[in-house]
Write a protein that binds this ligand. Structure first.
Ligand code: F6P
Length: 342
C-alpha cells in the first residue's frame, strides 16, 4: 500500500483544509493509500513530526480557514541540512510520495529537494496573491478578492458620507492581483499596483477632476508591494525568518495625496482579514479539484510536477515551470481597470 505524505507551508490561505481533505479522501478511496500529515510545514518534515490522517480526521474541515496541519516559513535549505533530515522522515514513515501545498517559495524548495535528492513531490499552488506561474489561478485568491471587494464597498459609503478620499491597502506581496481585481469589482477611482509605474500628481489630478464633477469623495486601492513615492521612505521590517514584512506603504502615499489634493485622506490596511476564515465556494471547488488531482499524481508516481488549472482542465505541469517567474497582472487587466478611473 502506498503512503502519501501531505504538508502545508508558508503563509496560510483559505482552502488549505479543502486541499488536505480532498487529497486524503481521494488517496484512501481511489488509491487504497495511507496518508500521513506533516505538522508545521517543512519544520515537521525536518523534525519527523507527523500524524496519520484518515477520513475521520478530515471530516468537517472543508469550510474551515487556516490549516489543520499547521504551517511555518522554515526551510530545509535555510534552517536545516537540506535533503538529509527530510530523507530520514520520508524513510521512517515509508513515504512513497509527498504532496506539498505552498506558494512560490515553498514550491521552489520542493523543486530543489526533487532535483537534489529525488523528493517524490507533487506540488499544489497556494496563495491569495495569485502570483504563481503555469496555472491560471491559485486557490485563496477568489476569497481574498471577495473580502477586499466587500471592504471597499463599505469604505465607499462612509467616504461619500464624509467627502473623504479613502485609500485601501490590500495584500499581494510583489504583485497587484488582489488590488486590480478588487479595485475593478468595487469600481475604484484609481488602483496603484507594483506592475505599473505610478505618479502621485496624476492620481491627485484624477481625484480633483472627480471632485470638480461633483463627486466629492474618492476610493483608491493600493497594493502593499508598491514602492513608496520617490524620495520618501517606509521603514523596512523583517520577520523572524528573514522575509521582508510588507504593509503600511498606504500611510505614506495617503499623506502625499492629502498634501497634493487638499482633501482629507484616510487609510485602511486590510491585512490578514484577507487570509483568514472560510474559503469562497469557488475556492472550495478549486482546492478540492487540486487535492484530487494531487492524490492521483502522487499515487501514479508523477513526481516533480504541480497541479494546475488551465482553462477548465486540471493538469500536471513541471514544478520548474511554476517557479520560473512570479506572475504579475497583465497589461490587459490594468487597461480595463484604468478605463474607469476618476
Ligand atoms: O503571500 C501571502 C501573503 O498573505 C502576502 O500577501 C503577505 O504579504 C504575506 O503573506 C504576509 O505574510 P505574514 O503573515 O507572514 O506577515
Amino acid at each position: 500500500m502506498d503512503v502519501i505524505g501531505v504538508l502545508t507551508a508558508g503563509g496560510d490561505c483559505p482552502g488549505l483544509n479543502a486541499v488536505v481533505r480532498a487529497t486524503v479522501v481521494r488517496a484512501i478511496e481511489r488509491h487504497d493509500a495511507e496518508v500521513v500529515g506533516i505538522l508545521n510545514g517543512w519544520e515537521g518534515l525536518m523534525e519527523g513530526r507527523t500524524r496519520p490522517l484518515d477520513r475521520d480526521d478530515v471530516r468537517g474541515i472543508l469550510a474551515r480557514g487556516g490549516t489543520i496541519l499547521g504551517t511555518s516559513r522554515l526551510d530545509p535549505y535555510v534552517h536545516g541540512d537540506g535533503f538529509e533530515s527530510v530523507r530520514k522522515t520520508l524513510e521512517s514513515n515509508d513515504m512513497d510520495a509527498l504532496v506539498v501545498i505552498g506558494g512560490d517559495g515553498t514550491l521552489r524548495t520542493a523543486m530543489q529537494l526533487y532535483e537534489d535528492g529525488g523528493l517524490p513531490v507533487v506540488g499544489v499552488p497556494k496563495t491569495i496573491d495569485n502570483d504563481i506561474d503555469a496555472t491560471d489561478v491559485t486557490f485563496g485568491f477568489d476569497t481574498a478578492v471577495q473580502i477586499a471587494t466587500e471592504a471597499i464597498d463599505r469604505i465607499a459609503t462612509t467616504a461619500e458620507a464624509h467627502n473623504r478620499v479613502m485609500l485601501v491597502e490590500v495584500m499581494g506581496r510583489t504583485k497587484g492581483w488582489i488590488a486590480a481585481y478588487s479595485g475593478i469589482a468595487a469600481g475604484a477611482d484609481a488602483i496603484i499596483i507594483p506592475e505599473v509605474d505610478y505618479d502621485l500628481d496624476t492620481i491627485a489630478k484624477i481625484i480633483r477632476k472627480r471632485h470638480r464633477r461633483g463627486h466629492t469623495y474618492s476610493v483608491v486601492v493600493i497594493a502593499e508591494g508598491v514602492e513608496p513615492p520617490a524620495g520618501l521612505e517606509v521603514e523596512e521590517r523583517i520577520d523572524q525568518f528573514g522575509f521582508k514584512r510588507l504593509g503600511g506603504v498606504a500611510y505614506t502615499v495617503g499623506h502625499e495625496i492629502e498634501r497634493l489634493t487638499g482633501f482629507e485622506t484616510r487609510v485602511t490596511v486590510l491585512g490578514h482579514l484577507q487570509r483568514g476564515g472560510t474559503p469562497s465556494a469557488t475556492d472550495r471547488v478549486l482546492a478540492t479539484r487540486f487535492g484530487v488531482k494531487a492524490a492521483d499524481l502522487a499515487a501514479e508516481g508523477t513526481f516533480g510536477t504541480m497541479v494546475a488549472l488551465r482553462g477548465t482542465e486540471m493538469v500536471a505541469v513541471p514544478i520548474a515551470d511554476a517557479c520560473a517567474t512570479i506572475r504579475g497582472v497583465p497589461d490587459q487587466i490594468y487597461d480595463v481597470a484604468e478605463t474607469f478611473f476618476g
